[in-house]
Design a protein around this ligand. Structure first.
Ligand code: EPZ
Length: 416
C-alpha cells in the first residue's frame, strides 16, 4: 500500500495533459473480444484497472501488447469463456465481459463484479437486458452462467440509465441478429466512445449520446485502430486542484463540453474557467464562495465521480454548500477523512452539508476509493502543512502519473 505525502499551500502554475479515459478504455477493451482482428487503442494509459483488464483478456486467450500508451489486443482464438472470481472482483467493469463473451462465444461464465465500495451495486439491469435478447442466465454458487447462442435483437427499456448495463447490452447486441433498441440508455461520453469503437470494428450502432441506442446486430467484425477519449474526471480533478490550491493552469487534451457541469460550479464559486478548443484554462486568485446545491445526476448532469473532488474545493469556500448524491447510495466515505483535515461536514444518507472553513490542515488520511482518494489529494494541495494519504492503490486505478503531473505544476508531492 502506497502513501502520498503532500505539503500543501503551493499555488499551481503551468500546463497538464489529460490522459485517455479509464471508463472508456475498459468497456472498449472488453469489446476487443468481439473480433479476431487486431484492435489498437491509442491513449490507453497503464492504469491499474486497464492492466487488470489486460490480464483478463490474456487469460481468455487474447494477445495483449503494450507500447507506451498504445495497447494492441488480438483475440484471435478465445480459448476460455469463464472469468475467475478473483479477476471479477478486481473492478466493476469486469461485468462487461458478460456481454462481450456472450456475443463472441455464445456462452459466458462470470461472478458478480467488484469495484469501489459505493453501496449496493446490483447488476439486475445488465441481466434483464441480456435476457431480453434471448440469453439464458442462471446463477448458482456465486457464478453467473449465460447461454447466448441464439440471441435476437429486441427492444430494451432501462429503468435507470445505467452506464454498465448500456455497455453490456450494446456488446451483446452486436451479435444478436436483427435490431436492438435500448431506450433510456446512459448518455455518458464513454457510451459514445464505445459506439465509435464498435462502428470502427464494422458494427452498425447509432444513437449513443441520445435517448435511444440502435444496434443492427450480426454484422461481420474486423480489427480497428481507435483513440480513447480524454478522461473528463481527470480533467475535472486538475481543475478542482487549481480551485483548491490557487494558481493558473492550462488543462490540455480536454473536451470542455464534457466537463461543463463542473466548469459551471467552479465559475459560480468564483474561479475563472476559459475554454479554447481542447484546452481549459482555470485560475483562482482568491477564496472561493459556496454554491447552490450540487446534485449528482446521470450525464449531462453533475457527475458523481466529481462529487468528492468538488467537496474538497467547497470545504474551504466562504459559506455552506449542500451536496446531494443521487447515483450511489454510499459515496461520502471521504467526508470523514476530510474532517480529519479540519473540514466541517455533516453527511447523512444522500445529503452532505459542507460549511466552508478558512483553511484545512495537513493530517494522516486514507483513500477509501478511487475518487474519494482524488478528493483527498485536491484537499491536501490546498491545505496548510503535510498530509499523508494512504491507500494510494485506489487512486492508481484511474489516474496515471498524477504525482509527476502535479509536481510539474509546482505541487510539493512525493511518495513513500
Ligand atoms: C460507471 O459505473 C462508472 N464505472 C463509474 O465510475 C461511475 O461512477 C458510474 O458509471 C456513474 O457514472 C465505469 O465506467 C467502469 P451505473 P457503473 O451502472 O456502470 C444502479 C469511477 O470512479 N444500478 O450507471 O457501475 C447502481 O447501483 C467509477 O471511475 C442498478 O440498480 O454505474 C447505481 O446506483 C465509480 N442496477 C446506479 O445504477 C444495475 O443493473 C448507477 O450505476 C446497474 C446499476
Amino acid at each position: 500500500m502506497g502513501t502520498l505525502i503532500i505539503d500543501g499551500g503551493k499555488k499551481l502554475y503551468g500546463s497538464v495533459r489529460v490522459h485517455g479515459a479509464k471508463n472508456s478504455a475498459l468497456p472498449i477493451l472488453a469489446a476487443c473480444v468481439l473480433t479476431d482482428g487486431e484492435c489498437v487503442l491509442e491513449d490507453c494509459p497503464a492504469l491499474r484497472d486497464v492492466e487488470a483488464t489486460g490480464r483478463i483478456l490474456s487469460r481468455l486467450g487474447a494477445e495483449v501488447r503494450r507500447d507506451g500508451d498504445t495497447l494492441a489486443v488480438r483475440a484471435g482464438d478465445v480459448v476460455r469463456q469463464d472469468i475467475p472470481d478473483a479477476q471479477m472482483r478486481e473492478m466493476r467493469s469486469s461485468v462487461t465481459f458478460l456481454g462481450a463473451l456472450a456475443a463472441r462465444c455464445g456462452y459466458a461464465e462470470v461472478s458478480r463484479p467488484g469495484g469501489c465500495e459505493l453501496g449496493a451495486r446490483p447488476i439486475d439491469l445488465h441481466l434483464a437486458g441480456l435476457r431480453a435478447l434471448g440469453a439464458e442466465i442462471t446463477e448458482s454458487g456465486g457464478r453467473i452462467c449465460c447461454r447466448a447462442d441464439n440471441m435476437r435483437g429486441a427492444d430494451v427499456t432501462l429503468a435507470f440509465p445505467s452506464v454498465g448495463a448500456t455497455e453490456n447490452i450494446m456488446l451483446a447486441a452486436t451479435a444478436a441478429k436483427g435490431r436492438t433498441r435500448i431506450f433510456n440508455p446512459a448518455r455518458e461520453p464513454e457510451i459514445v466512445d464505445l459506439q465509435d469503437f464498435l462502428c470502427a470494428l464494422g458494427a452498425d450502432v447509432r444513437g449513443a449520446g441520445g435517448m435511444t441506442v440502435e444496434i443492427e446486430g450480426g454484422r461481420p467484425l474486423h480489427g480497428a485502430r481507435h483513440r480513447v477519449i480524454p478522461d473528463r474526471i481527470v480533467a475535472a480533478t486538475y481543475m478542482a486542484a487549481v480551485a483548491a490550491a490557487g494558481g493558473a493552469v492550462l488543462v490540455e487534451n480536454a473536451r470542455p463540453e464534457q466537463v461543463s457541469a463542473v466548469s459551471a460550479v467552479l465559475r459560480e464559486a468564483g474561479a475563472d474557467v476559459c475554454e479554447q478548443g481542447s484546452v481549459i484554462q482555470v485560475s483562482a486568485a482568491r477564496r472561493l464562495a459556496a454554491v447552490r446545491p450540487i446534485k449528482t445526476q446521470p450525464y449531462p448532469g453533475f457527475p458523481t465521480d466529481a462529487q468528492s473532488i468538488m467537496m474538497s474545493v467547497m470545504a474551504t469556500a466562504r459559506g455552506a454548500t449542500m451536496f446531494v448524491e443521487n447515483i450511489f447510495e454510499s459515496r461520502y466515505r471521504h467526508a470523514g477523512e476530510l474532517m480529519r483535515m479540519g473540514a466541517d461536514i455533516r453527511a447523512e444518507g444522500r445529503v452532505a452539508l459542507v460549511q466552508g472553513v478558512e483553511r484545512l490542515f495537513g493530517a494522516e488520511v486514507h483513500a477509501t476509493d478511487l475518487r474519494g482518494g482524488a478528493g483527498l489529494v485536491v484537499a491536501a494541495l490546498g491545505a496548510e502543512g503535510r498530509t499523508r494519504i494512504g491507500g494510494t492503490e485506489h487512486i492508481e486505478r484511474g489516474y496515471f502519473g498524477l504525482e509527476e503531473s502535479l509536481r510539474s505544476l509546482g505541487a510539493d508531492i512525493s511518495r513513500e
